[in-house]
Write a protein that binds this ligand. Structure first.
Ligand code: CA
Length: 223
């Protein structure tokens, strides 16, 4: 899962991005509205954290531009405590949620998790597929009750496929959501990660769809 953090306060931006990275996300940072708008417009993020008070282009305008261009990425806005009108403007512009400064980064993290889940159509923090449980709160995958020891890349790959259960996900899409902007991306490595994941999981869950990509089949309802 790949997140964009648009925040001009350098320390706060770093704090958010460090916390997100520790939680297993890939993070790109932007420090003004123009840069933020450009990245959100051209890169496929799973969620965006957007400060409202930004230089160059304010957060509400950035959001309006994304939404009018048809970008539906979940957006969490950051607002100043004494600026209630920013919340209203932000939500009207298409924000999915907001957090008021100062905040605990854990709260931002929890809200981001929820936004990503809901965008993928999952209401609970645990995504289950057959014997595999993905605990998005602790960034762990559990197979038949046993937590897997996954690298961050392996976890991201599995998390992305499980969030998009039932869909065929191409290698390119996986690469775009697993690496940040500056990473030297190579879609051949995806095959290697899938191979390792299958081995560690020991269950036949990730299906190769020849020429198209990979899929985790949604469990069929027994009723
Ligand atoms: Ca600011």
């Amino acid at each position: 899962m790949r997140i964009l953090v648009v925040e001009d306060d350098v320390n706060l931006n770093r704090q958010l991005s460090d916390t997100l990275k520790e939680a297993g996300y890939v993070v790109d940072s932007a420090f003004d509205g123009e840069e933020g708008h450009f990245l959100g417009d051209t890169e496929p993020y799973d969620a965006i954290i957007l400060d409202i008070g930004l230089p160059e282009l304010d957060g509400v305008s950035v959001l309006e531009k994304w939404r009018s261009a048809g970008r539906t990425t979940p957006v969490l806005i950051l607002t100043a405590r004494d600026r209630w009108s920013d919340k209203v403007a932000g939500i009207d512009a298409g924000a999915d949620d907001y957090v008021t400064k100062p905040f605990h980064v854990e709260e931002v993290l929890a809200r981001i998790r929820a936004l990503i889940r809901r965008a993928a159509g999952h209401a609970s923090s645990e995504i289950v597929c057959g014997p595999v449980r993905l605990d998005t709160k602790t960034s762990k995958a559990i197979v038949n009750g046993v937590a897997l020891k996954l690298t961050s890349h392996e976890y991201r790959l599995l998390a992305y496929l499980m969030h998009h259960m039932g869909e065929v996900v191409s290698r390119t899409e996986l690469v775009e959501h697993m690496y940040d902007q500056d990473f030297d991306r190579d879609s051949n490595t995806i095959e290697v990660f899938v191979g390792r994941l299958r081995k560690k999981m020991g269950v036949d869950l990730i299906e190769t769809v020849r020429g198209l990509g990979y899929r985790i089949q949604a469990p069929t309802n027994a009723n």
